[in-house]
Design a protein. Structure first.
Ligand code: SF4
Ligand code: SF4
Length: 506
């Protein structure tokens, strides 16, 4: 087994946040009972919505494909248990802060009957990497660290670059969240197996599993499995507990000392980053034939009676898992899906747990009521920014809607970590302004791309009309020349043919 190593690159800025994780790691992961109803949004990934392929009233089985992927960044959706499809309709979802989005509703029959899926692939090393990638595409697997980027497409993109290093991200740096810690403690074998599948798909032989030094149980569990497997390609690497060291670019910098260029990807510097939960999900699909229909989620905060980590079916309501955690305490004030820094506050617990739900935080704190004051140019926001941006200047340009300056000052590289908000003595909501400004820039870019496509279509149509016109003129000239040479009988023949053609066309 490789001993954990510590030689590290640098991480700019960041914050040491209170962990608040021990309350939810006191007991093993609890398997949530089957709910009576599953609410499955057709968009649980970054790309286009999946297309439902089942009808209302149809019986479906656990693991059955119920919505197929569309678009280049799509991901399919599978039934999390057996039952009857009772509706395909808009329901509140956390992704839209409790607003409605299209969902498939399954009334569970309690039998949990699984579909006879295609063969599992325990001997995956005998399969070509491209076949393995195609298989991963069918499993509905997306990045479980929160980004929900479809995994197969990320791997395919990485294979077009010069990748030499797989990084498994076990750095769960945001306060309260402990689902990856518990996964690594209890399912270390599946995580390592997932890493081996990923290495084969990428055709590389080097994997670093990055893990924070405050997770000794997980380090022991992973180390133990690695010792048994004796796979020298995989190394554990401990990193300090600093937020946001688990951000993709920050992790690459920290453990490999390679700097991801502005606007670039880790694959630009030879790395592919996958969350440890994603690796375990790949194992579940490739080795055990189970698509992504369940995940581990942390239910925590001083607003729930018994903080836990729960393995629940995708589509279970947040209300159901909070009940499993003993229900709300009388201190509950705010429901956040995700962690305290990057999560979204929602106003209803009738939203479903989805592929991205790593944490449900019920807090006694209400959103900050501190009045916003003018910037005093203290520079604290810049000193904690892990991307080395100048948040105070970005804020001015965001308020002025100055897209050129926002681009120039690197807004697009902001990872929305919230560090600048937390230290700002003037309580300026910097991150939310950056999120909105980034959205506007994306919209403008989309509009420009649409305008370019429309112009290209218009020009292509004009070219075609010009071409057809000149072909017609050329044909007419040829006929005239021919007629001049051949005399009156040929003219009569041409006119006859023309008349025949007109009759056929009409
Ligand atoms: S931390 Fe707040 S007050 Fe200080 S420079 Fe940044 S935006 Fe201005
Ligand atoms: S939210 Fe953006 S600007 Fe603020 S500290 Fe994080 S990366 Fe920097």
């Amino acid at each position: 087994m490789s001993a954990p190593t510590y030689d590290l690159g640098t991480l700019h800025g960041g914050l040491r946040l209170p962990a608040n994780k021990s309350v939810s790691t006191r007991q093993p992961i609890i398997n949530a009972p089957l709910p009576s109803q599953l609410v499955l949004p057709i968009t649980q990934h970054v790309g286009d919505p999946a297309q439902p392929i089942i009808g209302i009233g149809e019986r479906v089985l656990k693991g059955q494909l119920i919505a197929e992927m569309t678009g280049s960044l799509g991901a399919p959706v599978h039934a999390s248990s057996s039952g009857k499809v009772i509706a395909i309709e808009p329901r509140p979802v956390s992704r839209r802060n409790g607003d409605n989005a299209p969902c498939i509703i399954i009334e569970c029959d309690g039998k949990d009957e699984a579909i006879q899926a295609a063969d599992a692939m325990p001997n995956f090393t005998e399969i070509s990497p491209s076949s393995l990638l195609r298989a991963i595409l069918q499993g509905g697997i997306v990045g479980l660290g929160g980004a929900v980027f479809p995994t197969a497409q990320k791997l395919m993109q990485a294979r077009t670059c010069d990748i030499d290093q797989l990084l498994l991200n076990g750095v769960e740096c945001e306060s309260y969240i402990s689902c990856d810690d518990m996964l690594m403690r209890e399912r270390a074998g599946q995580v390592i197996s997932g890493a081996q599948i990923l290495m084969h798909a990428l055709e590389i032989d080097k994997c670093l599993i990055a893990i924070e030094s405050d997770k000794p149980e997980a380090i022991r569990a992973l180390g133990g499995v690695l010792g048994e497997m004796d796979d020298s390609r995989i190394t554990l690497k401990q990193v300090p507990t600093i937020y946001p060291s688990g951000g993709e670019d920050q992790l690459v910098q920290l453990v490999t000392n390679r700097e991801v260029p502005s606007g670039g990807l880790p694959s630009d510097v030879g790395c592919l980053v996958q969350n440890v939960g994603t690796a375990a999900a790949i194992h579940d699909w490739i080795i055990d034939n189970q698509p992504l229909i369940a995940r581990i989620t942390t239910i925590t905060g001083d607003g729930v009676a018994n903080p836990i980590n729960v393995r629940a079916r995708i589509g279970t309501t947040i209300e159901d898992v909070i009940t499993l955690a003993g229900g709300y305490t009388d201190r509950a004030r705010q429901l956040i899906i995700g962690g305290p820094m990057t999560g979204k506050s929602v106003t209803t617990d009738r939203v479903p747990l989805v592929k991205s739900t790593n944490c449900i935080l019920v807090s006694s704190e209400t959103p900050s009521a501190e009045p916003e004051m003018p910037c005093i140019r203290c520079g604290d926001c810049a000193s904690v920014c892990p991307v080395q941006l100048l948040p105070q200047q970005l804020f001015w340009y965001a308020c002025a809607d100055n897209e050129i300056k926002l681009r120039e000052f690197g807004l697009i590289d902001c990872i929305e970590c919230g560090c600048c908000d937390l230290v700002c003595p003037s309580h300026i909501p910097l991150t939310v302004n950056f999120r909105v400004a980034k959205g506007r820039i994306r919209e403008l870019a989309d509009e420009k791309a649409r305008a370019v496509r429309a112009r290209q279509r218009f020009e292509a149509r004009n070219d075609r009309l010009e071409r057809e016109k000149s072909e017609r003129e050329c044909e007419l000239r040829n006929q005239k020349d021919l007629a001049k040479k051949a005399g009156p009988s040929a003219i009569a023949e041409i006119l006859k043919r023309k008349q025949q053609k007109n009759e056929d066309d009409s």
